[in-house]
Design a protein around this ligand. Sequence first.
Ligand SMILES: [Zn+2]
Length: 431
Amino acid sequence: MSVLIRNASLDGRIVDLRLDSGSVAEIGTGLPGEELLDAAGAIVLPGLVDHHLHLHAMAAAEASVNLAGLDLRQATDALAAAPADAHGWVRAVGLAADLDGAALDALHSTRPVRAQHRSGAQWTVNALGARLLGLGTADHPGVERDHAGVATGRLRRADDWLRSRLAGALPDLTAVGRQLAAYGITAITDATPDITAFDASALPQHVTLLGVGLGEAAPPGTSVGPYKIVLADSGLPDLDDLTARITAAHGTGRAVAVHCVTREALALLLAAFDTTGTRSGDRIEHAALVPAAVIPDLAARGLRVVTQPGFLTDRGDHYRRDVPAVDLPDLYRCASLQTGGVRVALSSDAPHGPLDPWAVIAAAVTRMTPDGSTLNPAEQLNPETALAGYLAPPNDPGGPPRRIEPGAPADLVLRRDGETIATVIAGHRVF
Ligand SMILES: [Zn+2]
């Protein structure tokens, strides 16, 4: 059955759109049929695609105490006031300081606490938490130990292990799906590595998963994307290891999506690609530091960059203070990558970065940091290009923006005065 969106502003004209079987069937004026909604002149755009976020972590963050922006004294108060989960744990996110278990104990020792560093790459547990997890005898490589072999309370890149120890159920994604729809997001790519279980049934969005294991099928209702490889900031793999992983992924027909924040990680990745070659769809996640001299190389290899200018508006003042001055011009490049021929897609990295795509687009345009100054103005994108960073399809990040035309999927967002007034996915109104 077909339905109509009436009076939408498309490329400067007011038109009706007839949607049928999940697609745009017809665009015209005065079309007959049942009305889905009257846009009353609102702008219609293809629904946005967030090319890199973490759905389970987003849902879990909702049930956590947020320590972002708090000093240690304020964090102590926040932890004391935080409710525990059904197993007695206090879960905290957004920690800016790199605390070990003893330092976390100084903040809160009477209940088990696990606190996630704001990078998302590290958890710290206090002494009670360490005991409950059996950290003393754990053999996961992410469990940090001091030179005497004693667990420090830090866990790096061990989310799956942590989840298995906590016997946690998968978080309910209903609220996350609603939140995404309210922003006009109709498709997302989840960039969590090594996903062992996923339930997409609560999400109206199209879902692509980078963390599906090699040779494994996509969970129902999802698509498999490039294979996620993490080059951890805290310990790079050796070159042979990385080369073998890329070769294995390419061998199963999948491109790779490689988490790459430091210039050392980028250099290692390019050395690995020297051996493996690149494959259409290979992408670099974050690309937080890209030396100018490397840009032609990225372009020549056909690599895409999926980056997050939202970090600049979220914590750019910290970057200006903490990142060596010599590195600042290389930080979260956008414009120079594009003019250098590299395809650039934008994304949130939520919950580690701000989710709101319109804020991320604005951040790509202004590069304004919280203290009101501009970081690398040479990297500013114009508004149209920044928007395009969210309009390419999930399987072509940084590619040309999707267009609204007969035959295109009916994944749409309607905007008026900077607000989302409706979101449509596969012809159904979800917001
Ligand atoms: Zn991420």
